[in-house]
Design a protein around this ligand. Structure first.
Ligand SMILES: Cc1cc2nc3c(=O)[nH]c(=O)nc-3n(C[C@H](O)[C@H](O)[C@H](O)COP(=O)(O)OP(=O)(O)OC[C@H]3O[C@@H](n4cnc5c(N)ncnc54)[C@H](O)[C@@H]3O)c2cc1C
Length: 507
């Protein structure tokens, strides 16, 4: 069994690990290694391709960058301009009571029926009055929703939708993480929009976003990984870290080899790292962190995309298992096979067998769905047959197809030509009520052992868990290791999220 020694070991080649490795290379550090148990780089920001040629990201990935460093890095890796990127306008709706309500919901109450308009507006006004009288901060996400949006919007949209996303009630979540993430309400504007029957969809971040022309979101991270020297990277299942000895500073890999490090930057989910370290304190911290799992379901469908410019759609009701669907073929031509590709119909959406010898050309469009799984929100995964030659899939795939029919995303006789499913054990790090108390103790403890645990699940802060944040968590961790500089993304999420950060540059 091999035994290596390295000054800085980076575990995980998702955006965080790649950010760290990029920074080490940028500083000309002579002795570092990046390893990942996956076959290639990307982590949760990877893209899979079905045998029929449809691409699927791991859920809707939209780039909204807060950092110039991040922009410069991905432009250097992928290239710039229209040749390499599509620019898309966010067109996003909430599906409710068989209507499409433009997003953000709270600014588009005018699209509801009169009874619901009344509940929402009354709630908004009451909340505004209540909020003016209350000085203390909301202690849960639920309290925040009631204070900002009132009980009408809470019951109609925010509570049911957020349960579908997080798999826990909003009363189990804290309010600190919110920052810019949820559109707050201008009550006067909300009333005016209702009276003037106005649609108001232009809110906040990512009103316009860019998407790579080729390779999906994963293509970005493969290109970033390609900028690194091959001799500094190790991929493949044998590289799974299965044990960390914080005293001897040695990690053991699944293939039996060991690596001694002076400093370890790990993007492995913090709950798993703490369990690897073991001991009562680490186990207690691990138990105090909550995450939900994500099922990504993709459908390739024959026909012209019937959803026009729609990008992604939210589903708070229980007529479908998913909380969000993305019209993924709309993001890039390459996300679906060309119309000249001949594909057989695997099954019809209603489960009926298609006629035999039905292989013919497109056009095609694709839909990508996200379903949350948690202890409080289990997902049916028993194997079921879909019909035709589509084969056997977990029950959630069948439920998703049925939901797509009942929410008007596809026709009952739609011809399904490709099916995709992947379950991500760690999908969303829950901003639970106890999260910050754990992070305040666990991260400094690890730091005292020369372990920087960073990333979407490495540091567990959803408010800084997008691709841009993750990448910069890695970059800033390396600067902290080498020069002791402050890790602003980790420690000041509200500051980094409130502006474009231009202090660090890649070029
Ligand atoms: C459903 C969903 C929707 C999202 N939407 C968006 C969005 O709209 N916009 C956006 O910017 N971002 C989005 N993201 C977030 C984006 O995917 C993350 O920012 C990013 O992937 C996190 O990067 P990371 O490097 O911290 O972790 P990960 O991507 O999880 O990477 C961790 C890496 O570590 C490896 N690893 C884990 N354990 C071990 C081990 N024991 N040994 C060796 N290797 C190991 C894994 O194989 C993986 O490659 C979304 C994520 C999800 C899941």
């Amino acid at each position: 069994m091999s035994h290596k020694k390295v000054e800085i070991l980076v575990v995980g080649s998702g955006p965080t690990g790649l950010g760290a490795a990029t920074r080490l290379q940028q500083h000309g550090h002579p002795d570092w290694l990046l390893l990942d148990s996956a076959e290639s780089a990307g982590g949760l920001a990877c893209t899979d391709k079905t045998p029929e040629g449809f691409l699927f990201d791991m859920g809707g990935h939209v780039i909204f960058s807060h950092y110039q460093y991040f922009d410069e890095l991905i432009d250097s890796a992928v290239g710039t301009g229209e040749e390499n990127w599509n620019t898309l306008e966010r067109v996003s709706y909430v599906r409710l009571k068989n209507r499409w309500i433009a997003y953000p919901f709270q600014n588009n109450i005018s699209a509801l029926d009169t009874d619901d308009q009344e509940k929402c507006l009354t709630g908004l006004v009451e909340a505004k009055v209540q909020n003016a009288l209350t000085k203390d901060k909301p202690t849960s996400f639920d309290e925040w929703i009631l204070r900002v949006m009132g009980v009408g919007i809470a019951d109609l949209f925010m509570r049911p939708y957020n349960f579908k996303v997080w798999g826990v009630p909003t009363t189990h979540m804290q309010a600190e993480w919110l920052g810019e993430r949820v559109a707050t309400v201008d009550v006067t504007k909300a009333i005016s929009n209702v009276l003037h029957k106005k649609e108001d969809a232009g809110w906040g971040p990512n009103a316009v976003f860019r998407f790579p022309k080729e390779g999906g979101t994963g293509g970005i991270w493969k290109a970033v990984a390609d900028l690194l020297p091959a001799e500094n990277t190790q991929y493949g299942s044998g590289n799974e870290v299965i044990h960390i000895d914080p005293e001897k500073k040695v990690v053991t890999l699944k293939n039996g080899s060991t690596i001694q490090f002076a400093k370890l930057m790990t993007t492995v989910p913090l709950d798993l790292t703490l369990r690897m370290l073991g001991g009562p304190k680490c186990t207690e911290w691990a138990d105090g962190l909550t995450h939900s799992s994500a099922h990504i379901i993709g459908l390739g469908v024959r026909g012209v995309n019937p959803h026009g410019m729609k990008c992604w759609l939210y589903f708070p009701e229980d007529d479908c298992p998913y909380y969000r669907a993305t019209v993924f073929s709309h993001y890039a031509e390459e996300n679906a096979p060309s119309e000249f590709t001949t594909l057989p119909t695997l099954c019809l959406a209603n489960g009926e067998d298609p006629s035999s010898n039905n292989a013919r050309p497109g056009p095609y469009f694709s839909l990508m769905f996200e379903v949350c799984e948690s202890a409080m929100k289990p997902v049916k995964q028993d194997p079921v047959r879909l019909g035709g030659t589509a084969g056997v899939w977990p029950q959630v795939v069948l439920d998703t197809i049925k939901g797509a029919i009942s929410t008007n995303l596809i026709e009952a006789d739609a011809e399904i030509v490709s099916v995709y499913h992947r379950r991500l054990e760690h999908g969303y790090p829950t901003p639970s009520l106890g999260r910050d108390a754990v992070l305040k103790e666990a991260l400094p403890y690890l730091r005292s052992k020369n372990i920087w645990s960073r990333g979407r699940f490495g540091s567990y802060k959803y408010e800084v868990a997008n691709q841009d944040h993750s990448c910069m968590l890695g970059v800033e961790a390396v600067d902290n290791m080498l020069f002791g500089s402050m890790e602003i993304t980790l420690n000041q999420p509200n500051i980094v999220n409130a502006k474009k950060n231009i202090d660090l540059l890649y070029k």
